[in-house]
Design a protein around this ligand. Sequence first.
Ligand code: ADP
Ligand code: YYY
Length: 292
Amino acid sequence: MVSKRIVKVLLKLLRVLVENSNRHVHTQFSQILHLHSVFIQFSTLFLQFEFIYTNCSVNSWGLLKRLTSPPKAIESTLGQKKPKVVFVLGGPGSGKGTQCANIVEHFGYTHLSAGDLLRAEIKSGSENGTMIQNMIKEGKIVPSEVTIKLLEKAILENENDKFLIDGFPRNEENRAAFEAVTGIVPEFVLFFDCPEEEMEKRLLGRNQGREDDNIDTIRKRFKVFLESSLPVIEHYNSKGKVRKIDAAKPVGEVFEAVKALFTPVKRGGGGPLPRGFYVTVTSLISSSTEFG
Ligand SMILES: Nc1ncnc2c1ncn2[C@@H]1O[C@H](COP(=O)(O)OP(=O)(O)O)[C@@H](O)[C@H]1O
Ligand SMILES: Nc1ccn([C@H]2C[C@H](O)[C@@H](COP(=O)(O)OP(=O)(O)O)O2)c(=O)n1
């Protein structure tokens, strides 16, 4: 058996070590003793595992495997519901929530903010509440499993069939998990591009009593945006799905640009959106350097 062969090799190795160390007995004896005790502990553990593997029933091994393996993939609760989805992305404070409210009013979408859903989960006193609160305080991204469940629940509870999903997916894990679980591919991705100084100014003036709108957490959120969220935008850009908006302009002007994307083009046969709306990779890269 392979495991027995490994133990034999390890024993041989230890013997060689001990023989060599005889030449330096005085200086290295305590080190050898330590190594020896670590080895004994390691091989005991190894043999225990081997014992379980060879002697226990398939069920016990299955249980052991279940306890030591990563959690199973999440199953979708959406059933037959396959809504139209637009992802709304952009740095913290770029104006996602503000513009989503305008889109809801004019175009009949339902707005689902991942951040709002997570904050509601904290307030509800759920078992995940403390974990979510700590992650938000640190500017970190909550595990996809939690956020996807909340998004699916919100989609199911609403009769609408078109949703703006704001602040999600925020990293590759979010994106891949959402696609795998729900099978939903976004109609397009609305990307609010805004320089970091402007976003910082807006967040510090937001005044909504948010625990994460302080300068330390804001800086961490900017870093996470650059490192984890921009790659998601780049992914969708490579699929021709990103519609970039200059979000540094005043609210009304930003909405004018947004409106053009949601208003059906009257040229028969709904062709592609005007050229200028597609983001070139270079413009994404240059906008990402603006954040840094
Ligand atoms: N175009 C804009 N110009 C100036 N301030 C804005 C603009 N858009 C939003 N804001 C303000 O900036 C803050 C952050 O906007 P918000 O929509 O909450 O951003 P996000 O949802 O992207 O974090 C809010 O106080 C909002 O009123
Ligand atoms: N998909 C998401 C969205 C938000 N979060 C957490 C982490 C974010 O810093 C906070 C706040 O997100 P929210 O979208 O409300 O706010 P900002 O865009 O950062 O202003 O929520 C998350 O973990 N996963």
